[in-house]
Design a protein around this ligand. Structure first.
Ligand code: 13P
Ligand code: SF4
Length: 324
């Protein structure tokens, strides 16, 4: 059944594996209100894979990793996009939909990577390495994207770097993503010093302990994890790539070295797989709730705007990525 025709009562079956019956009544009023508001206002909810299951499985129309959300945002046929994710994702949706209203339910939903670099830092790197192309992770502000040649996500970073045909590439701002890509290519990568506050906390020792406690467990890691963690994992990829891996390989037991809600959301799709769940919470992603999604639709807040001085160049950097 499509989400738009559902009611909260008909949705509980989807999430019963991860939301206990005692917690469910706390969500139903907001879910029904959001489903009705979406119809009234011709709105869609885009949800990142790190959103909690009552958002991801019960009110979202479009779900995915940063790359999928950017791609799918381009073909949205609605007046309003509510971005259940963090601010840079809402900015990307706005860049690709300048004529639509894009709402983010909490303006404080930021990202430690986006906060690690400014537009003037990017200009400084361009001066320091003249002629070296600059690839910027989508986890950045529009102002930073505007100073870049092309964007990438964790899902296409290697492809983007190699598409440039350059011997050296600057990759900003995630040092670990840059080093993880450097390990897979002959292109020399110049990195920045940004880190994801969620993924930098995983260590190789965590993986060794997990393997000891759960013999045979398959370990999947996000490429924002330190390279030493990726080296000990069985597979590294974007949130969508980790989800696809579970679907394709159906490991008996798996651990996702990433944000906590990922395991809940993927476990719902694969009841036959046992998920071991050490994880780290992203405090920014967790600022988005059913209550503030409902308020966003009721009060038309918070409207995402982009500095006109940066918008066109930032859009070009995103569109170059999407054209690959
Ligand atoms: P993905 O593009 O892999 O979904 O990652 C986004 C993100 O913020 C990971 O921390
Ligand atoms: Fe940013 Fe890390 Fe949170 Fe993703 S998980 S939004 S990279 S802080």
């Amino acid at each position: 059944m499509s989400i738009s025709l559902s009611t909260a009562a008909s949705l509980y079956d989807r999430v019963r594996r991860v939301i206990p019956p005692i917690e469910w009544p706390a969500f139903t009023d907001d879910i029904d209100a959001i489903l009705a508001l979406k119809r009234e206002r011709n709105a869609v909810v885009l949800s990142h894979n790190y959103q909690t299951p009552e958002i991801f499985h019960c009110v979202a129309d479009i779900v995915g990793d940063s790359l999928a959300l950017a791609r799918k945002a381009m073909s949205v046929d609605a007046d309003i996009i509510v971005l259940a994710g963090v601010h840079f994702m809402a900015e990307t949706a706005k860049l690709l939909n300048p004529g639509k209203t894009v709402l983010i339910p909490d303006l404080g939903a930021g990202c430690s990577l986006a906060d690690s670099i400014t537009a003037s830092d990017v200009r400084m790197m361009r001066q320091r390495y003249p002629g070296v192309p600059i690839v910027t992770y989508v986890n950045t502000s529009a102002a930073v994207k505007a100073e870049s040649d092309i964007c990438c996500t964790s899902g296409n970073a290697l492809q983007v770097v190699e598409s440039l045909g350059a011997p050296r590439v600057i990759m900003l701002p995630d040092e670990y993503l840059a080093r993880n890509i450097a390990a897979q290519t002959k292109v020399e990568i110049i990195a920045w010093k940004g880190h994801c506050e969620v993924h930098e906390r995983f260590s190789p020792a965590d993986i060794r302990e997990l393997r000891k406690a759960h013999p045979g467990v398959t370990v999947l890691a996000h490429p924002e994890c330190p390279p030493e963690v990726v080296a000990e994992a069985d597979f590294a990829g974007s949130t969508a790539a980790m989800s696809d891996y579970v679907g394709r390989h159906k490991p008996a037991r798996v651990v996702l070295m990433t944000e906590c809600s990922m395991s809940d959301n993927v476990a719902i799709e694969h009841p036959e797989v046992d998920f071991v769940r050490p994880c780290n919470l992203c405090p920014h992603m967790k600022r988005i709730t059913l209550a503030n999604i409902r308020a966003a639709l009721e009060e038309n807040r918070h409207i995402v705007t982009i500095d006109p001085g940066a918008a066109e160049r930032a859009r070009q950097a995103v569109e170059r990525m999407l054209a690959i």
